[in-house]
Design a protein around this ligand. Sequence first.
Ligand SMILES: [Zn+2]
Length: 167
Amino acid sequence: MKDSCNRKQGTPSPCAACKLLRRRCTQDCVFAPYFPADEPHKFANVHRVFGASNINKMLQELPEHQRGDAVSSMVYEANARVRDPVYGCVGAISSLQQQIDLLQTQLALAQAEVVHLRVRQNASRSSSNNRSGFRQASPSNSGSPSSHIMAPSHGKAIFDVDMDSLW
Ligand SMILES: [Zn+2]
């Protein structure tokens, strides 16, 4: 009781940043809210990539409500840089960009396939309603009569989509 009462209030364990930098963690420590003592690796990577004084400067320049986001961003960038020293988070961005390009190509092909099947379907309808119909205009390259318009066999090979369900 005597000892604990004599201890000054407000001297908690230093934050992860101050601990790593071996300095006193004051009450207004700019790092303390974002780098708690129980996550030491979080500051270690950021310090390695950006440097403590740069982090300090960036946080000081920001209004307090934006500092948490800035720290998350720096932690993300630093971790990416440690994982991939050459490209950092640009590596992740360009790999996602490649996925987008690939998916956009697939989407364009699927949309072209839909248009193609619709045209064939319309052509077969009008040619069965009207014998002098549009068989010439049909883009069908199978050369077969319009008896199996909906056969999705070649669509299935490229897209894992049931073309019938689009109608
Ligand atoms: Zn501190």
